[in-house]
Design a protein. Sequence first.
Length: 283
Amino acid sequence: MKIGAAMFFTDYSMSPAELALALEERGFDSLWAPEHSHIPLVRRVSHPSGGELPKQYYDVMDPFVTLTAAAMASRTLLIGTGICLVVQRDPIQTAKSVASLDQISGGRFLFGVGNGWNQEEIEDHGTVFATRHKLARERIEAMQAIWTKSKPEYHGEFVDFPPMMTWPKPVQKPHPPIIVGGAFPWGAKRAVRYGNGWMPHRVRKHYADVAALVPRSRAMLAEAGRREEDVPITIWGVKEDRDALLADRDLGVQRVVLSLEAAKRDVILPELDRWAKLIEAVR
């Protein structure tokens, strides 16, 4: 089992290049950067984990910029969006950003995607909150066409464009893995339909531990005629718990991701040193 780490990169955190190097040196497999374009001051929907929204949500940098810096500082570390809010992004331009980052990283990009919870943020981009899931699917399908065809076109309810030419194409074929974020069951269902991986959080309000639901997600795959190895599971929100990590490994989870504080190296490096020992234990 692999272990990755995520950070909200801000002007008061470790830099992406600095963290990428530290992770690679300690045996982590991946670095993940989240996305929020902005946080509206009036919100009707609470954060999924409850409580006050942390300051880093307001301050986070663009993930494609930070991950580019991380890619340039590392050699083997995978870099991923965790997650990219595709419902807030133009699919043609986003497809180019993904392919460009996959090119300059030498095929190390993981395209983590999600449909978002912050209704006001989403609506500020002109997206109707109630239909965002279908919009996300169409935008992802449109990007898949752009990455894999020399003269792509797409015709859907929300996304519609005639034949075009756009480069670069990704290094990874047919394209970087699309790892779908979201809770069980709906996130898992979307992953089964159009993803190359499912990326839930460890705990959500309506379930105590997503590991207990992994067999049901695999049953969905079997029913759809897809193989487990084609849609592996990455679990976010893990803790420094050796027994829990070993249980995830034995369950066949591909990767777990710990969330780091948006802090400087004096706070982060000791935590990474502790995790380096756990990485050796779960391999």
